[in-house]
Design a protein around this ligand. Structure first.
Ligand code: SAM
Length: 178
């Protein structure tokens, strides 16, 4: 039983990365993370936007600013499992079978250059293919492999907006209005 599943985004640069980092947080939230942690620049506005997504679509992903490396060290020292997504890692589908699920999980993704200590501190360096691509794609594929179908079939009980129907018959229903 997983106690927690957090995603840590290293090296956030407010002037350069807000869109991709928001997408990363949205993927983390939608596919089942309990927390989204940002290291680098602070961005209250992004966290407020995420809260407003929670208000509409339910759930609540904890958003926190942290000091990346020291948070990572503490997580591992206190018995947690840290998984670094990197093109220089082991193939994710094979490696995922060996990762303990009974400890708090921290998934680490980079932005700008990733400090070499991250590779040493994390118990698992995991590649979603060995080509450079995107942290958003890497996280989505990893979480889908970790949680299985439930990653993309997740609904949150406290959602205010409910989407019903498909293929043009889509209806967005606001529980607060009649
Ligand atoms: N230039 C950075 C560096 O030196 O590590 C990498 C930048 S890359 C756009 C940003 C992040 O996407 C990486 O730190 C990693 O977390 C993730 N990423 C990119 N390609 C990946 C892959 N093939 N497998 C796993 N993660 C990947």
């Amino acid at each position: 039983m997983v106690e927690s599943f957090d995603v840590l985004r290293l090296g956030y640069r407010r002037g350069r990365d807000p869109r991709i980092t928001t997408h990363l947080a949205l993927v983390a939230r939608a596919l089942g993370a309990s927390g989204f942690l940002l290291s680098g620049d602070q961005d209250k506005e992004m966290f407020e936007n995420l809260k407003s997504v929670d208000k509409k679509f339910g759930g609540s992903v904890e958003t926190t600013h942290v000091k990346g490396l020291s948070h990572l060290k503490k997580h591992v020292e206190s018995g947690g499992v840290a998984i670094h997504l990197t093109m220089y890692g082991e193939p994710f589908r094979k490696t995922i079978q060996k990762i303990r699920r009974d400890k708090p999980i921290l998934v680490v993704v980079g932005g700008s250059k990733v400090p070499s200590d991250v590779f040493k501190i994390c118990q698992h360096n995991v590649a979603v293919g060995n080509q450079p691509h995107s942290e958003v794609a890497a996280l989505a594929l990893f979480m889908e492999a970790w949680f299985g179908d439930s990653a993309t079939e997740r609904n949150f009980d406290d959602a205010r907006l409910v989407i019903e129907g498909v293929n043009g018959g889509k209806l967005v229903h606001d529980k607060d209005s009649n």
